[in-house]
Design a protein around this ligand. Structure first.
Ligand code: GLN
Length: 304
């Protein structure tokens, strides 16, 4: 199958259509991004790479980072993690507060903001310098030492972070945050601020398509069962209250962020990163969703 030709055709098609949606302007810094940016990078487990558009330009990965924080916590404390955070789709928006009361401070899954805050708390409790360890981990899986936090995005998000502050304090009131909420929020805003290109992101996530092993260094990041579980959570919870729709239309485990990035994994085949900053009403990239739907349909390569 000619991956490059298919990618070119679908990219051309989606680029010609109306670019619907809005930028994530609730974070002031993210409203300055050129809404027409559009990049794709596909890396295969047999070492082939295909790209088009703004695939080498770094963007704010935002919630896509929640895959990495979850994996770090999983490596640190193993299955104990599931006492602190569930693995059920929430069916609510990424920053929703409503289920926390009935669930007594146990977030439904690690990919909604509440769950990601609990994961940050686990990292703080188990690492002496969680920020440094985080960058080191990303550097290991991507075989790239150039990835850093964006101070500008951190400050911008902190300036409007009322809802995340509320979430963190609310969970703390149920005893499911061990550390000082300010420290937890600081780590959360920092990890969300990381900038990566589609190329960097697809290559960093390739181990999820490669049975838990990095392609470049053959380092085992997760065992095979853990890798399947992370992919399963991405499949069921990666797109908040649009996770069912993504499964239905695209059929791959994936994760989105409000910077307009999406990563999707085809186990044993490839990892693909897509970036287009305009978001649909559920906070997922409009063109990113469209591109991946057409791609897996045309390649007949969803996991189902
Ligand atoms: N940092 C963003 C927030 O907390 C992440 C949200 C997202 O990408 N869905 O609001």
């Amino acid at each position: 199958m000619n991956y490059q030709q298919i990618i070119n055709e679908i990219y051309g098609h989606v680029s010609k259509e109306n670019n619907s949606g809005t930028l994530a302007n609730y974070i002031p810094e993210l409203s300055n991004i050129d809404a027409e940016k559009f990049g794709i990078y596909l890396a295969t487990t047999d070492s082939r790479e295909f790209q088009i558009g703004n695939s080498l330009e770094q963007f704010s990965i935002q919630s896509v980072v929640k895959i990495f924080s979850l994996i770090m916590a999983y490596r640190l404390i193993g299955n104990e993690i599931w006492d602190r955070v569930g693995v059920e789709p929430s069916g609510t928006s990424f920053n929703s507060l409503i289920q926390l009361e009935s669930d007594k401070g146990i977030p439904r899954n690690p990919f909604i903001n509440s769950g990601a805050l609990v994961i940050c708390d686990i990292l703080i409790s188990n690492l002496t310098n969680p920020k440094q360890a985080f960058l080191k981990f990303i550097n290991t899986i991507s075989n790239d030492t150039g990835i850093i936090f964006s101070e500008k995005i951190v400050l911008s998000e902190k300036s409007v972070g009322y809802r995340n502050i509320a979430l963190c304090n609310y969970i703390k009131s149920y005893g499911n945050i061990e550390n000082n909420p300010d420290e937890v929020l600081d780590l959360y805003f920092n990890i969300c601020s990381i900038e990566m290109s589609c190329k960097e992101l697809s290559k960093a996530c390739l181990f999820l398509a490669n049975n838990g092993k990095t392609l470049s260094t053959q380092e085992k990041i997760l065992n095979s069962s853990q890798t399947k579980r992370i992919n399963a959570i991405m499949q069921t919870c990666g797109f908040y209250d649009e996770s069912g729709e993504f499964s239905f239309k695209v059929g791959l485990p994936g994760k989105s962020g409000v910077g307009g990035g999406i990563i999707a994994i085809h186990p044993n085949k490839y990892s693909i990163a897509v970036w287009s900053p305009k978001l649909n009403a559920k906070g997922n990239s409009y063109r990113g969703m469209k591109f991946l739907e057409l791609l897996t349909t045309r390649m007949q390569s969803s996991i189902f």
